[in-house]
Structures are given as structure tokens and as C-alpha cells.
Design a protein around this ligand. Sequence first.
Ligand SMILES: [Zn+2]
Length: 356
Amino acid sequence: MKDNQLYQTFRDLPKIDLHRHLEGSVRLETLIEIAGDSGIEMPEYDAETLRPFVQMMPGETRNMQHFLGKFQTLRQFYRSPEVIHRVAREAVEDAAADRIKYLELRFTPAALSNIINCSYDEVVDWVCEAVDEAAQANDITVRLILSMNRNESVEKGEQVLAAALKCQHKGVVAVDLAGNEANFPSSPFLDIFRRAKAAGLGVTIHAGEWGDSANIREAVDDLGAARIGHGVRAIENGELVKMLADRGIVLEICPTSNYQSGVVDSWAAHPLADLWRQRVLTTINTDDPLVSGITLTDEMVRAVSHLSLTVDDIKQHTLTAAQAAFLPDSERAALVNKFAVWLGMNHGNGEIPPAS
Ligand SMILES: [Zn+2]
């Protein structure tokens, strides 16, 4: 199938994104308007001159520092509750426009509140409100994940957990540990994640992206992660791959992000298909649509054209994503049924279940 046919095929499919950062999902045009309104200094107030500050360009250096540099610029834009409301609403609209039907959107309260100087509770409330309104208006279900950074203090992590617990009834379903995993251990956050899990929140941990595979084992065994953000470096350890497959741990794979941040040397070296063939539950996600200049449809096209998966494999990945949603059991089962029907698949019992 040619790329444009593939694009149309995946564009039309109902989709799920489990790993998308709000901070990396802003529209370029919105940034320009905010820069103009707030007097943020830019070389020029034009999309093409702003783009290289916030998006990876072809031929750019591919490493972690360079990739993260784009967020340094992005963090300057969160100037008011109105900006946060708008960015959250547009992120949901953009996902819906790509025919994503279920989205778990994550954000770091510290990143959104540092300029406004408000509490985490306030910023989380604003995002919950905006997302709820936008989801209802755009025929998409959205849940939220709150991230804390391992390179920041445990005290901040405690505040993130407190905000997550307060907003559980408003759509927050899980907590995430992000940040520099190569140089900062997860151990100081262990107790926070144990309490999160005990309180019914989902746990997903960024691991095995810039740090080695030992971080993945630690995330599963010690922090209780049911899902791993990225986890691609599991491929370096055969025993770990088997453990992930046996225990049904889900990897939230973001192929273009891995390529652009230099986690893999080339597209050919990306382990998605290899992990999938070794029975690991892999899913396909975007990470940061603005920074990477992609949609989820683009990621699915690349998984076929660059990573040797088939269209049916991608459908299976979508069904896996439904099964891995951080939802109460009955809602998750309904989501799985809906997707099984939409994708024309059964899910193990030989029958296509009725739509709910
Ligand atoms: Zn991420």
C-alpha cells in the first residue's frame, strides 16, 4: 500500500492515544497569538520562524538535550488561566480531528503553573474543566494523567499526588513519573506511587527511554507500574522482555519521539516490531505532536512503512490500547467492545461483541 493510501486508512480508523503530553501538543498558531499578546520575545511572529524553536526539524541533532530544549521555549507560554484553558481545549479538538476516540492526556502541573504562580490544584482544575467541555463537544472520551519529574523534589511529587486524588472524580485517572531517568533514580518516589495505586489511581512510569532496561524492572517491581512510557530499551534484556510479556505489562511506544530524541540510531533499529513479536503488549502513541510535528495517524503510517508492521497489526495495537486504558473495569470493557466492533475484530472469544 502506498503511503497516501495508508494515511487514509489510518486517518479513517477510530484510534486511541495513551501517551500524549499536553505541553507538547500546542498549536503553532496559538503560540504565535500568545507570544504577540503577552510580549514573549521571538525573532519574528511568524509560524515558520517560530517553528524551529518548538519543533524538531529535518536534519536536526537527535539527542535528549536537543529534544528537551524545545520544551524550554514552550514553558514560557503558560501565562494565564485563559491560555491553559485554550491549550487544553485545542489539544482535545486536535485529537478528535484525527479520529482519536479515547485519549489519555498527561501534563506536569509544575510546568503549567510556574509562571502564573498558582497552586497545582488550581491548574489541574482548569485543565479538567477545559478538557471536559471540549470532549463533550467533540465526541471523544478524554482522561487525564498527572506527571511528576524525578529530577524535581519529592515534595512537589506529593503535591501532584494530592492534586490527582482531589480530582479523581473530575477525570484524573493516573499518575506518571517523567524527567531525567538516566541520572535520577525513582526510589525517592516509591511511597508516592504505592499510595497512588492503593487509592485506585493507575501508575505509568517513563522508563527504558533514556535510561537502561533496569529502570523498567524497577518501575514494574517497585513502583507498581501497569504501563511503561516508552520502555523500548527492554529489548536489551531478553529476560525482561519475557517478564513484560508474561505479566502483561503494556508499553506506550512513541516511535517518532524515540527517533528524534536519539533513543534509537535509525528507524531500522526501532524495536517495536521485535517486542511485539516477542508477545509484549505494545501500543502506538504520539508523545508530543507539536514537538515532533506528527499526528497519531502519521505514527501508524510510520509503524507500517518504517517498522514492518501490517495494518492488522496496528488494529491489534489499538485493541491492546483499549484493554490498557486506565478506566474502571466496566468502562474499560465497554471501550474494548466498542473498538472491537469499529475495527471489525473479535477479542479472543471468537465473537464480535455488540456495540455498547
Ligand atoms: Zn512522554
